[in-house]
Design a protein around this ligand. Sequence first.
Ligand code: NAP
Length: 235
Amino acid sequence: MPTVLILGGTGEARRLASVLPPTYRVISSLAGRVADPALPAGEVRIGGFGGPSGLAAYLQAEHVDVVVDATHPFAEQISANAAIACAGTNKRLIVLRRPGYSGTFRRTPSLQAAADLLPTLGQRAFITTGRQGIGNFRNVEMACLVRCVEPPEPLPPNFHVILARGPFTVDGELNLMRAHRIDVLVTKDSGGAMTEAKLEAAESLGIPVVVVDRPPVTPGVPIASTVDEVLRLLA
Ligand code: NAP
């Protein structure tokens, strides 16, 4: 029975684990970042592998045949580790990356560039780039509403933090942005239906949206944009 290791932490990874046929042994791997993770169906392991060499050793020990890197588009380190470990152990690697957001945005190459741009666009920012890297915004002197799943590092008094996990609705996002008189939104180009409501809300409020570009995928690795495409590649 071929063994598939899904590097997860996303909705797509959970969906893939639930639809892979029982002809595969499926192991899902989570980083263990959140206290109460949504668990995929079937076999699950939690925690880092110990870099590319630790992952390579795991692939050998568990006789993994295929790795599906279904991690978040901004989880750059684990994706790089997977590419190195698979190349070093001759294991097949498929990257599952949902499409990015489409629309008219101010695109920036980094969180820091987004932080630098914000004060030129408004006075009250809604920052939805996640807990990691929030430090890039700490010198922004405007009112900042930060939304993340887990509490971020302590932030200056002009920051207001709310903890919430998607999916979010357009009505909910509109109410939140109106209540905080938000006039600029910043997000990473995560893509996906769970979090795109804020973009629609921003558009209907006519406020500018800053989108941080994704890091590139390792060249030469097959990329699927949907779970069905992964199933076809595996077949
Ligand atoms: P990262 O910076 O790419 O990875 C840092 C380290 O965490 C990796 O070197 C690895 O440790 C461990 N790790 C990450 N994902 C893992 C997984 N699926 N299974 C086992 N170990 C994993 O990752 P991150 O940005 O902190 O994201 C962590 C997890 O949260 C990912 O699984 C990702 O899918 C999910 N997530 C991330 C974001 C985001 O914006 N970055 C958003 C939503 C969900 P070792 O080197 O010790 O193996």
